[in-house]
Write a protein that binds this ligand. Structure first.
Ligand code: NDP
Length: 243
């Protein structure tokens, strides 16, 4: 039996890219998957495909910037499957540009989704995990949590923040709850589609030429989950070999 069998896993941002690949992989390994995102038609189609393969999956509309919606999807997981083993705070946006272009709304959106979204996942999941006496947070950061690249100052700042929050959480929660930071390098997904600045878009196109398949990140997440309960994989950084 796989160590994924029967685990209840909530995934934010499951409608495309890394979240979608993770939902597919974990369901195929026997997890009960609870998917959240804003694009419901994507989630509906994905649910049908996963169920056709024999997977156990439910979904709910989720905007991670709204704490109440995050609490609601955690409640759904409890009601449907009885507990929560893992919360994967994966949802993120990356509308990068030079600071001097002053795309202030986009800075704020990155802060809201990438930082507040992760904090909302923790706020919704932590009290329940503490009560259960077990749980696992997996927060998706980026190699941008370790180095800043041109046009990506605010995006990287949000990912540095996710790394800081994740490390702080790990130190606070002690032995019952595991905490893992997963930091992908460039990976195939729809992330770059949120870039509205033409120069940044061109730069990113070059940069993203050697992207990893999203499955590579899903496999790293699966590895962290499948370790014995007393093994906490603290950080995984996954880059293409060419990077
Ligand atoms: P995608 O754009 O393919 O996926 C992002 C997901 O986040 C989508 O499912 C989207 O769903 C969801 N999302 C965006 N805003 C919200 C919101 N407010 N509430 C809920 N869900 C939201 O990109 P990736 O798969 O690449 O991104 C996943 C994570 O990986 C992000 O945190 C990203 O920063 C990180 N990452 C990605 C890298 C890459 O090269 N691809 C590299 C390093 C890190 P919907 O729009 O339906 O709500």
């Amino acid at each position: 039996m796989s160590d994924m069998q029967g685990k209840v896993v909530v995934i934010t941002g499951a409608s495309s890219g890394i979240g979608e690949a993770t939902a597919r992989l974990l369901a195929s390994q026997g997890a009960h998957v609870v998917m959240g995102a804003r694009r419901l038609e994507r989630l509906e189609a994905l649910v049908s495909e996963i169920r056709a393969e024999g997977g156990s999956v439910v979904y709910q509309k989720l905007d991670v910037t709204v704490l109440e919606e995050m609490k609601r999807i955690i409640r759904l997981a409890q009601i449907k499957f009885g507990c929560i083993d893992v919360v994967i705070n994966n949802a993120g946006v990356m509308p990068v540009s030079l600071l001097e272009v002053l795309k202030i709304d986009e800075w704020n959106r990155m802060i809201d989704v990438n930082i507040r979204g992760v904090l909302h996942g923790i706020a919704a999941g932590l009290p329940i995990m503490k009560k259960q006496g077990f749980g696992h947070f997996i927060n998706v950061a980026s190699t941008g949590a370790y180095e800043v690249t041109p046009t990506a100052s605010v995006y990287c700042a949000t990912k540095y923040a996710v790394r800081a929050i994740t490390d702080g959480l790990r130190q606070e929660v002690g032995s019952d709850i595991r905490v893992t930071l997963v930091s992908p390098g460039v990976t195939e997904s729809e992330l770059a589609e949120s870039i509205t600045d033409e120069d940044a878009r061109q730069m990113m196109k070059e940069y993203r030429r050697n992207a990893l398949p999203a499955l590579a990140i899903a496999q790293a997440i699966s590895y962290a989950i499948q370790q014995p309960a007393n093994v906490d994989v603290n950080e995984l950084v996954i880059r293409p070999t060419s990077a």
